[in-house]
Design a protein around this ligand. Structure first.
Ligand SMILES: *[C@@H]1O[C@H](CO)[C@@H](O)[C@H](O)[C@H]1NC(C)=O
Ligand SMILES: *[C@@H]1O[C@H](CO)[C@@H](O)[C@H](O)[C@H]1NC(C)=O
Ligand SMILES: *[C@@H]1O[C@H](CO)[C@@H](O)[C@H](O)[C@H]1NC(C)=O
Ligand SMILES: *[C@@H]1O[C@H](CO)[C@@H](O)[C@H](O)[C@H]1NC(C)=O
Length: 258
């Protein structure tokens, strides 16, 4: 019995491309009979009609739904129900799970569907150079492992007041080339891992918060081409010991860099 259980575990953990039994092509399926020995359903799986649908097939379903909600994206040809998402050029995988979605310049004109965060290992979202409209996509707060977010060069607008809430794992944020406005929110200070923050070429017309001094890991800060309220460079910037690159031209900041 123990031996059987081990075999099943290996099937689950196996590479997405291996086809098991009569499963749908590209992803593996395990008969639910096979799991009796270890008494239950794996957290990576979901029982469907007596079959164990593995995480590869679940993630493929999520991704194909995303593609559909985005209007089927003619520029994405390889996403189909016959292959593993790990074989699609726009998807990055680690251990057979989708960890990155890279759709730069794919003519996306619709909002980001909240179901994107159903990809529970997602660490990288790069949707730069599209035409995504609307306010900051708060649905992304549910992507609890997100480290890298690039939404640059889209049509986002409005404040980023709570942008950052709940995604404390973020290391890289690029929001340049949108129409975000108002202040940089104090919530910025809740991103202890943040190394890169690009906010240039937006319509920020407020101030930065003192909480910026909490960004102890920040290395790159790009704020140029905004319309901040004229102010001296905040003394808090002097505490950012790892800062290597700061791009502040045309931002209405005066005085010297602390
Ligand atoms: C981009 O998408 C829009 C709306 O879906 C469509 O009208 C347009 O033709 C697309 N552009 C290209 C280059 O495919
Ligand atoms: C996160 O997901 C939960 C469950 O799907 C949902 O109820 C909640 O509204 C989502 N949060 C955001 C900020 O979208
Ligand atoms: C600064 O970061 C710490 C640790 O992440 C956090 O507990 C604290 O609330 C942050 N302070 C501000 C003002 O954001
Ligand atoms: C910034 O711009 C927005 C949108 O035009 C406006 O509603 C807001 O009052 C402005 N804020 C400041 C501080 O000027």
């Amino acid at each position: 019995m123990l031996f059987l259980a081990l075999v099943v575990i290996e099937w689950w953990g196996g590479d997405c491309e291996v086809v098991v039994g009569t499963g749908i092509e590209g992803c593996e399926w395990v008969s639910s009979e096979g799991i009796e020995g270890i008494g239950g359903i794996s957290s990576a799986g979901m029982e469907m009609g007596g079959w164990m649908l593995d995480s590869c097939a679940i993630e493929r379903t999520i991704l194909l739904n995303l593609k559909q909600q985005w209007g089927n994206l003619p520029f994405i040809q390889s996403w189909n129900s016959f292959s593993s998402p790990c074989d699609w050029p726009e998807i990055r995988c680690t251990n057979g799970r989708a960890t990155g979605i890279i759709l730069r310049n794919k003519n996306i004109t619709e909002k980001i569907p909240p179901s994107i965060c159903d990809l529970e290992n997602l660490a990288v979202i790069d949707l730069a150079y599209n035409c995504i409209p609307g306010e900051f996509p708060t649905a992304l707060y549910n992507c609890s492992k997100l480290e890298y977010l690039d939404l640059s060069q889209n049509y986002f607008l409005g404040p980023i007041s709570a942008v950052i809430d709940g995604i404390s794992t973020l290391r890289y944020i690029d929001l340049d080339g949108n129409n975000f406005n108002n202040d940089i929110p104090p919530a910025i200070g809740w991103l202890p891992e943040l190394q890169t923050l690009y906010l240039y070429q937006n319509e920020f017309n407020g101030t930065f918060p003192a909480e910026i001094d909490n960004l102890s890991n920040i290395e790159v800060l790009g704020m140029a081409y905004n319309d901040f309220v004229p102010m001296a460079i905040p003394p808090e910037f002097g505490k950012l010991k790892k800062l290597k690159f700061m791009w502040m031209s045309v931002t209405n900041l005066i005085n010297e860099i602390p």
